[in-house]
Write a protein that binds this ligand. Sequence first.
Ligand code: ZN
Ligand code: ZN
Length: 97
Amino acid sequence: MAEPTPEGLRRYPHTQGYFPDRAQIEAAPDRELPCTCVEGCPPRCTGECGCKACEQAFAEFCDVAGFYGQGDFDHEAALQAYREVHTDDRLPGGTGA
Ligand SMILES: [Zn+2]
Ligand SMILES: [Zn+2]
């Protein structure tokens, strides 16, 4: 089982570097989903680095935002929406666009 990276800890500080377990009422870490992001990851990583926590976060966003079930999954559009929605994140390292 992978361990969260220091970057993972920074991204999920309330759950010790793991993705929050939705089954719990309080913020609890889901030990199946460690964030293994590295410093070079974008602020809203979608798991392209192999991170399970961020992949799950992106998948949940796509689900809630209705990107699934519209025929072909438009990854580009979903990705763009995902990163726009979270512009209030205080994570450094944005694209600076
Ligand atoms: Zn991550
Ligand atoms: Zn990442």
